[in-house]
Write a protein that binds this ligand. Structure first.
Ligand code: ARG
Length: 578
């Protein structure tokens, strides 16, 4: 089972058709069997021979200069000249990315592994907070959820580019720049740039509030706010942003100071040109818009790609960014981990690329949106949104208090503050992954740090407890390998083994759904099975004898490793003591 899964996984990762698994092939033990299978399948077709003849005839070479695998054609007992057969088969061989073209040398066919198999590339955009704005709950979720596909794909052999999109900057950035002129302070910026930029931004937001309220009121009265918006602070901000987009050096210098960047300006202009030329977008009073209803996407309605004052907007910048990534990475797949509120925005982006046709349409087919719901109830401390560092300090403290309750254990923890921090982060993350991505959930520090229910602390505890068992039995890896598994015949032990056997399926399924909760649910089932087993399957001083102790310790170690792998994959750091 493991072998055929491995072969299928490998084939699907490489975008190739699945491989047959021949008699005697055991790729999980011997990866070369994968190459043997590729060669066998192709040769069986070309030579019209039974695969069972070819497979065992593919031998390793006596010296590396003879290649990696070699086939003596006479061994196959075919009619005709083996020299001619070798030559014609080599010529007819259609290639897999795994091997180089085979070479016929006399009566031999020689095969060489391809040493530079190109790994597939995936770009995963997640987190993506806005410059000079709060890192809010939506970004936190994107960060937590986005780490997961990154680890999954990386673990499956993909070259993984994790990226943070700092592209949503037009209006905020203009305001920030205006504010910098009023409130900016070199020294404060130097000491703590983020905090200072945030202060500067908070100040301008306060100044801007009455103005914004004015727009809203005018909008409600049904008035056109465009004129209002071109005045006041927002007018200044927009003018500044326009100068920046026009390439004004002074405006750009400040931008670089804050972000250090070159904008996707040219690409955006190129994309806009294509959109206009193909009649996808249209001019409208100085603005450029796309009426999706004309392109068979009624739901997407109408959207601007360029504002009336000539500045680019969020959508156009995303088009530019997507194409720029395509140029930079030429990736095979791209995932956007972005909250569900932006579903329409992203659907528009993907539709536009699709409409652009050719390589852009091909790019659109590579993109997937991994969406997620809201976090409710993140109360305020300073400003309107709870800061991530405040949250992490709070959960860390809560966990530290819990740890201190057991003095004995607490004394044995090496760096209790660090462990408390890790537990706190796990608490936040596990709560986030408890439900399906699309569900909203209530941010609740009390609940997430509790040991009741399937929360982060309990998962960490389950892992730490298994570590403690291994410390107590103190068996070496070699000793555990000697375990006699026939001694594991109690229902609890069998239950654990059956549960452990589900892990590969759980993983395979998760690879498709990218639902973190699937793994988490599985890990909790495992921890429940474990906690009901400890009294029955005693290890230290098991009355059944030493051999039973070893077998059970090996079983618990397998469970520990599974929990460890599942946690790491989910971005959690398992602790050994707590
Ligand atoms: N920075 C955006 C926000 O906070 C999210 C970015 C999403 N990614 C994208 N390529 N549009 O709303």
């Amino acid at each position: 089972k493991v072998d055929s899964e491995l072969v299928d996984l490998l084939a699907s990762l490489r975008g190739e058709k699945p491989l047959p698994l021949y008699d005697g092939a055991a790729p999980s033990i011997n990866p070369v069997d994968i190459y043997r299978s590729v060669i066998t399948e192709e040769l069986a077709k070309i030579a019209e021979l039974d695969a069972s003849l070819i497979y065992p005839a593919l031998e390793w070479t006596s010296t590396l200069d003879k290649g990696d695998l070699i086939l003596a054609v006479p061994r196959l007992r075919v009619k005709g000249s083996p020299v001619e057969k070798a030559a014609s088969w080599a010529a007819a061989f259609s290639l897999s990315s795994l091997i180089k073209p085979p070479v016929a040398t006399g009566t031999f066919l020689r095969f060489d592994y391809n040493p530079d198999i190109l790994p597939k590339i995936i770009v995963i955009e997640f987190s993506s907070p806005n410059i000079a704005k709060q890192f809010h709950a939506g970004h936190l979720r994107s960060t937590i959820i986005g780490g997961f596909p990154s680890n999954l794909y990386e673990g499956a052999g993909w070259k993984t580019v994790r990226m943070n999109y700092l592209g949503d900057w037009g209006r905020q950035y203009g305001l920030l720049a205006v504010s910098w002129k009023k409130y900016g302070d070199q020294k404060a910026f130097h000491t703590d740039p983020i905090a200072h930029l945030f202060d500067v931004y908070v100040k301008i937001s306060a100044d801007f509030k009455p103005e914004e309220d004015g727009f809203k009121a005018a909008g409600k009265r049904g008035e056109d706010t465009a004129i209002l918006e071109s005045r006041g602070l927002l007018g200044e901000a927009k003018a500044y942003f326009k100068r920046m987009e026009d390439g004004d050096e002074e405006a750009l210098a400040l931008w670089r100071k804050f972000r250090g960047i070159s904008v996707e300006k040219e690409i955006m202009e190129m994309a806009e040109r294509i959109l206009l030329e193909k009649g996808i977008a249209e001019q409208d009073n100085g603005a450029v818009l796309i009426d999706f209803k004309k392109h068979g996407a009624k739901k997407l309605d109408v959207a601007l790609v360029r504002n009336r004052n000539g500045t680019s907007n969020y959508l156009l910048r995303d088009i530019g960014a997507a194409i720029q990534r395509h140029h930079t990475y030429n990736m095979d797949k791209m995932i956007y981990v972005v909250m569900s509120e932006q579903e329409a925005h992203l659907q528009r982006l993907f539709k536009i690329l699709d409409l652009m046709g050719g390589e852009y349409a091909a790019l659109a087919r590579k993109i997937q949106h991994v969406t997620f719901g809201k976090v409710m109830g993140m109360s305020t401390r300073r400003g309107t949104v709870k800061f991530l560092d405040d949250i992490l300090i709070d959960v860390g403290e809560a966990m530290h208090n819990v740890m201190r309750r057991n003095e004995n254990k607490y004394r044995q923890v090496d760096d209790p503050e660090k462990v408390a921090d890790i537990l706190g982060i796990s608490a936040v993350m596990v709560q986030d992954m408890s439900g399906k991505r699309i569900n909203n959930y209530l941010f609740n520090i009390g609940r997430m740090t509790s040991f009741e229910g399937d929360m982060g602390p309990y998962l960490q505890y389950a892992h730490a407890r298994l570590c403690s068992i291994q410390r107590k039995v103190a068996l070496t890896h070699g000793e555990l390998l000697q375990a006699d598994f026939s001694l594991l015949n109690e229902p609890h032990a069998i239950g654990l083994v059956r549960l452990l056997a589900q892990y590969p399926d759980v993983m395979g399924h998760t690879f498709k759904t990218l639902e973190p909760t699937t793994i988490l649910t599985y890990l909790f089932r495992l921890t429940h099975q474990l906690s009901s087993s400890y009294d029955v399957l005693r290890v230290v001083g098991a009355p059944e004898g030493v051999a039973t102790t070893i077998a059970r310790a090996a079983l618990y170690e397998a469970a520990r490793k599974t929990i460890h792998c599942g946690m790491i994959l989910r971005g959690l750091s398992p602790v050994e003591r707590m």
